[in-house]
Design a binder for this molecule. Structure first.
Ligand code: AKB
Length: 339
C-alpha cells in the first residue's frame, strides 16, 4: 500500500522551514519533502522522508509516485529574483520546467485517484512591474491582482507564467478530450517580502530587510543596497506559513480566484532601519545603493490590495508591524545570536 503524503518541494528553504512546523502542528499530516539540500536538523523529526534531489529529475519523481500517494503538493522550490538574473536559463528551468513537471504529475494523480490533488503555489510581488517609479508606484499604492502584471525580472516572469499554467491545469487541461479529466485544485498566493527570525534568505531582492535585522543582532555592520525611501510590502514568516495553510483549507466553492495577494505591512527601508536601531542601538546600518537591484525593487508595488483573500477565505495577517517586530522578530533574533 502506498502511503498518503503531503509533498513539499524546496523544503529546506525559508518558507519550508516555517511551513513544515505549521503542518506538523496541524496534526495528522505525513510529510514527504524534497530539496537539493538536506533538511535542517530541527525540522527533520516532523518529516516521514526527505529526498535530496532535483525537481527536474523525472525518474526520481516517478519513483516518488510509485512509493507514495500524494494528497497535496506545496511547491516551494524556486530560484529567487536576484539569483535568477545571474542565471536566467537555469531560473527558467527550475522555476518553469520544474513547476510544469509537477503540475503534470498532479494532473495525472488527480485522474488516477479520481479526485483533485491540491497544488499550493507561493507566487510573489515580483509578478508586478510598475514603470516609472515616481508616477506609477506613487500613484497606485495598493495594487490589485490583475493590475501591472508586467514583470521586469526572469523570476517575476516565471512566477506569473506558472500562475497561468496552474490555472490552465486547474480548469482547462485537455479541454478538447471527449471525456474531461478530473482537474487538479490549483491555489496560489502572491507573497510580499518575507522576514524570518530563524533563517536568512539567499538570492532575493527583498533580502535587505532580513539582512539588516540579522546583521544588527550579530553586531555586524550592514550596507543596505536600496535607498532609504524604498517602500514595498513585507510579512513575518509565521504569517506566510499561515496564509498557505489557510488557503489550502478554504472550501473550493468560496474561492473566486486561483491567485490571491496577501500582505501584512508596508515599510520603507529607512523605517525598517529605525525599528532595527530601536532594538539594537549600536547597529551600524548605512545605505549603499546598488542601482540594478534598486531598479528591481522600484518595479514592485509599494503595497498590495489583499481584499479578495480577506473576503474569500478570511485572510488577515496575525502579525501586523508592531507585533512582527516586538513579539516575533526582535526577541527571537536576539535569542538566536545570544548563543
Ligand atoms: C525575492 O526578493 O526575490 C523574493 C520575492 C519578493 O519573491 N523575496
Amino acid at each position: 500500500m502506498r502511503k498518503k503524503v503531503i509533498f513539499i518541494t524546496g523544503a529546506s528553504g525559508e518558507v519550508g522551514h516555517a511551513l513544515i512546523r505549521h503542518l506538523a502542528e496541524d496534526g495528522g499530516n505525513e510529510l514527504l519533502t524534497m530539496d537539493l539540500r538536506p533538511l535542517p536538523e530541527d525540522i527533520h523529526p516532523f518529516v516521514l522522508e526527505h529526498v535530496v534531489g532535483n525537481l527536474l529529475d523525472h525518474i526520481l519523481l516517478a519513483r516518488i509516485v510509485t512509493q507514495y500517494e500524494i494528497d497535496a503538493i506545496y511547491h516551494l522550490a524556486a530560484l529567487l529574483s536576484t539569483s535568477s538574473e545571474f542565471t536566467p536559463d537555469i531560473a527558467h528551468q527550475v522555476n518553469v520546467e520544474g513547476t510544469l513537471g509537477l503540475l503534470r504529475l498532479a494532473a495525472e494523480q488527480s485522474q488516477w485517484r479520481n479526485r483533485p490533488i491540491q497544488f499550493i503555489f507561493p507566487s510573489s510581488i515580483a509578478v508586478y512591474g510598475m514603470p516609472q517609479i515616481a508616477q506609477s508606484k506613487g500613484l497606485y499604492q495598493r495594487v490589485r491582482e490583475w493590475e501591472w502584471n508586467q514583470p521586469r525580472t526572469m523570476y517575476g516572469c516565471n512566477k506569473l507564467y506558472c500562475e497561468m499554467l496552474g490555472n490552465y491545469f486547474g480548469h482547462h487541461y485537455r479541454q478538447l478530450a471527449v471525456e474531461r479529466p478530473v482537474m487538479l485544485d490549483f491555489r496560489a498566493v502572491r507573497f510580499p517580502g518575507l522576514i524570518s527570525a530563524f533563517t536568512v534568505p539567499t538570492g532575493g531582492t527583498s533580502d535587505y530587510a532580513p539582512e539588516m535585522l540579522h546583521a544588527a543582532a550579530q553586531g555586524k555592520p550592514y550596507a543596505c543596497f536600496v535607498r532609504e525611501s524604498t517602500r514595498i510590502p513585507f510579512m513575518a514568516m509565521p504569517d506566510a506559513a499561515h496564509a498557505l495553510l489557510q488557503l489550502a483549507h478554504a472550501p473550493q466553492e468560496s474561492l473566486t480566484k486561483s491567485v490571491y495577494n496577501v500582505r501584512a505591512f508596508s515599510l520603507t527601508a529607512g523605517e525598517i532601519r529605525e525599528r532595527v536601531l530601536a532594538a539594537f542601538p549600536q547597529a551600524r546600518i548605512t545605505f549603499e545603493v546598488d542601482e540594478k537591484r534598486q531598479a528591481i525593487v522600484d518595479s514592485w508595488p509599494a503595497d498590495l490590495d489583499d481584499s479578495s483573500a480577506q473576503q474569500d477565505w478570511g485572510w488577515q495577517a496575525r502579525y501586523e508591524v508592531n507585533r512582527s517586530f516586538e513579539e516575533y522578530l526582535i526577541p527571537n533574533i536576539s535569542r538566536r545570536y545570544a548563543g
